[in-house]
Every structure is written in C-alpha cells, then in structure tokens.
Write a protein that binds this ligand. Structure first.
Ligand SMILES: C[C@@]1(CC(=O)O)C2=NC(=C\c3[nH]c(c(CCC(=O)O)c3CC(=O)O)Cc3[nH]c(c(CC(=O)O)c3CCC(=O)O)/C=C3\N/C(=C\2)[C@@H](CCC(=O)O)[C@]3(C)CC(=O)O)/[C@H]1CCC(=O)O
Ligand SMILES: NC(=O)c1ccc[n+]([C@@H]2O[C@H](COP(=O)([O-])OP(=O)(O)OC[C@H]3O[C@@H](n4cnc5c(N)ncnc54)[C@H](O)[C@@H]3O)[C@@H](O)[C@H]2O)c1
Length: 188
C-alpha cells in the first residue's frame, strides 16, 4: 500500500478525535502543530489530555462514540482501544467524504500519521509506509540532529529575496544558487 506525502491545507478543517487515551493524546499533539479546530469524544480522558484541552480551549464531549457526532467534520481520527468499534466506524464512514485515520488499521485509513519535524516554516515528515513506526521515530531524531541550527534564519532571508524580486528565470537562478551555496558551505 502507498501513501502520498502531501501537505494538507488545514484552514477551516474540522477535526474529530474519538478516544481520549495515550494514542489519542499523541495524535492530538501532532494535530495541534497545525490546527486547534479539534473536538474530542470519549467518556474518559487522560490527565495530560485534559490539560491540553484546557490549554488550547479544544472542544471536549464526554460521551461514547455515536454516529451523530460525525456530521459536519472534515477529518476523523479513531483512537479507541476497541478494534471492533474501529471496524464499525470504518464501515459506517467508508463512503463518506471526510478523511479518516484508524490507529489500528492502516488498510482502512485514508491517511496515516508520519513522524514530523516542524521548525518554523520547515516541516519534514517521515514514514515507513506503516511498516515500522519505531524506525520512523528514530529516523526523525537522527534527521533532526543533522538540521543546521540557523536554517530558519537562512529560510527567512530567502523568503525576503523571493518576495522582493520579480518572478521569473533571473529570480529562480539566483535562489537556486544561494540555496546550493548555503548547503555547500555546511559540507566544509
Ligand atoms: C510516526 C508516529 C506518528 C504519531 O503517532 O503521531 C506513528 N507511530 C508512532 C510511534 C509508534 N507506534 C507504535 C510504536 C511501537 C513500536 C512499533 O510498533 O514500531 C511506536 C514507537 C513508540 O511507541 O515509541 C505502535 C503502532 N503504530 C501503529 C500500530 C498499529 C498497527 O501496526 O497495526 C502500532 C502497533 C500497536 C501494537 O502493537 O499494539 C500504526 C501506525 N503508527 C503510525 C505513526 C502510522 C505509521 C507511520 C509510518 O508510516 O511509519 C500508523 C500505521 C497509523 C497511524 O498511527 O496513523 C509515532 C512516532 C511519533 C514520533 O515521531 O515521536
Ligand atoms: N497508531 C499508533 O501509533 C498506535 C500505537 C500504539 C498503539 N496503538 C493502538 O491504539 C489503540 C488505543 O491505544 P491507547 O494506548 O490510546 O489506549 P487507552 O486505553 O489509553 O485509551 C483508549 C481510549 O479509548 C476510549 N474509548 C473506548 N471506547 C470508546 C467509545 N465507545 N467511544 C469513545 N471513546 C472510547 C477510552 O475512553 C480511552 O480514552 C489500541 O488499540 C492500540 O493497539 C496505535
């Protein structure tokens, strides 16, 4: 199975997370880097998650899953410790037009969570196609250690140049050259 690593525009996307345990908490921490439009449904939630809900003013519904909560959403993450319920929700949602993630069933999921490095405007996502999340996590830490400390300063200078010069061949070749010089200088 293959997953295309695209960058999804999260503006005005309504996210629903079913479940309030350790994994729901981790997925929510990842989502929070990109959106706070998140609703959580679960009778019980961890203390850490409850602090996050309070801090970011997320919507929390203290209830068990019910299909009535699926109306008007764009993204669904099902993070319950109940495989039968995940399958039941998959069967109900598979013909519906929102993107679903089931934490125990990559084969049912429209998308899976990569391991993400987010530093300012730079984001790097690492996936093993679902084969070894442990490798994705450790590879993330490895790649993190290789990222130059001042990369965002350099990015900002490139952003300024790009915004202040007219679009076209001349700008493209200047920006290509500057990017190459920056990375070549790191090798010395
Ligand atoms: C990257 C990361 C992102 C995140 O969660 O935000 C993520 N899993 C992370 C960690 C992690 N997950 C697991 C371990 C234990 C070691 C191991 O199993 O390897 C560890 C490591 C640890 O815990 O340290 C167990 C596990 N994971 C899945 C299952 C179900 C199954 O395989 O059926 C089980 C078995 C449960 C069991 O056995 O009971 C499924 C998925 N996990 C994914 C993502 C998707 C594929 C990503 C890819 O393409 O590589 C996918 C397919 C679906 C999805 O979750 O969207 C995050 C690292 C975050 C970071 O960077 O710190
Ligand atoms: N994808 C991943 O990265 C990954 C990693 C490890 C484990 N898992 C899987 O994730 C699942 C969840 O693990 P966890 O550690 O978060 O479990 P957990 O026991 O910490 O949390 C389960 C949560 O599901 C909620 N829940 C149960 N039934 C519900 C219902 N009917 N409606 C709403 N909420 C309900 C519970 O209230 C609880 O908050 C497990 O099945 C596990 O195999 C996935």
């Amino acid at each position: 199975m293959n997953y295309l690593p695209i960058l999804l525009n999260m503006k005005n996307k309504k996210i629903l997370v079913v479940g309030g345990g350790v994994i729901a908490h981790r997925k929510i921490l990842c989502l929070l880097e990109f959106s706070i439009n998140i609703t959580i449904i679960s009778k019980e939630i961890t203390k850490e998650l409850s602090e996050i809900i309070h801090k970011y003013k997320l919507t929390y519904i203290q209830d068990n899953y019910n299909k009535k909560y699926l109306s008007n959403i764009d993204i669904l993450v099902v993070a319950v410790n109940n495989l039968k319920l995940q399958e039941e929700i998959y069967l109900y949602t598979k013909d519906r037009k929102f993107l679903c993630n089931f934490v125990d069933f990559k084969e049912y999921s429209d998308f899976i969570f990569p391991s993400i490095i987010k530093q300012g405007d730079i984001s790097i996502s690492i996936s093993t196609n679902g084969q070894s999340p442990a490798i994705a996590k450790e590879l993330k830490n490895y790649i993190k250690s290789l990222i130059p400390l001042n990369i965002n300063e350099f990015l900002n200078s490139m952003k300024d140049l790009r915004n202040n010069l007219p679009k076209g061949e001349k700008r493209m070749s200047l920006l290509r050259k500057k990017a190459q010089e920056y990375f070549n200088s790191l090798k010395k």
